[in-house]
Ligand binder design. Structure first.
Ligand SMILES: *[C@@H]1O[C@H](CO)[C@@H](O)[C@H](O)[C@H]1NC(C)=O
Length: 169
């Protein structure tokens, strides 16, 4: 009886994870963090921290709190260390402290097309015609919640997300 309950519970958990679309990995095979899955030994960035997927399925992070987060050419989140120079896709900047690690930083002030914030609310710039991941604060128009989308930098130099569907994971 106890084993039947245990089996039922396990199946319920697996069904729940699959239904929620959260990647499921067996212990010893990898780690799940948010919506991403990683192999054992793989390192990845999480905000300013560097994290490693451990053998037991846990994620160990170095606890680093301060850096500068900006969006790279494909809209991916990149980071710079304090005092490190970086290019935000438009301007040459120097990383300094900011409350949420998202600026503002001291930068050159070029006029650039298409400023946007990616899915992690990190600012970036892109050229006309490019498609980038954008967090649209206005959402899909049905609710008041923002959502992730893929949007195009238009001829006016603006990223317009109005017609784009929200992306759900
Ligand atoms: C970082 O740079 C920005 C832009 O120049 C400035 O407004 C801000 O005060 C600086 N922050 C610190 C902690 O020096």
């Amino acid at each position: 009886m106890a084993s039947l309950i245990r089996t039922t519970l396990l199946i319920a958990v697996v069904v729940y994870l699959v239904a929620a679309d959260i990647p499921f990995v067996e212990p010893g095979e990898g780690c799940v963090d948010g919506i991403s899955a990683y192999r054992v030994g793989e390192t990845f960035n999480k905000e300013c921290q560097t994290c490693t997927c451990e053998e037991d399925g846990s994620v160990k992070c170095d606890g680093k709190q301060v850096c500068c987060l900006y969006a790279g050419p494909d809209g991916e989140t990149l980071r710079a260390e304090i005092a490190e120079p970086f290019n935000d896709g438009c301007n040459q900047c120097t990383c300094n402290y900011s409350r949420k690690n998202r600026g503002p930083w001291p930068c050159t002030r070029k006029a650039c097309s298409c400023s946007y914030k990616n899915w992690e609310r990190v600012r970036g710039y892109t050229e006309i015609g490019n498609i980038v991941p954008v967090f649209d604060r206005k959402g899909d128009g049905d609710g008041d919640y923002g959502c992730p989308k893929y949007c195009t930098c238009n001829e006016k130099g603006r990223v317009s997300c109005k017609q784009e569907p929200c992306i759900y994971f």
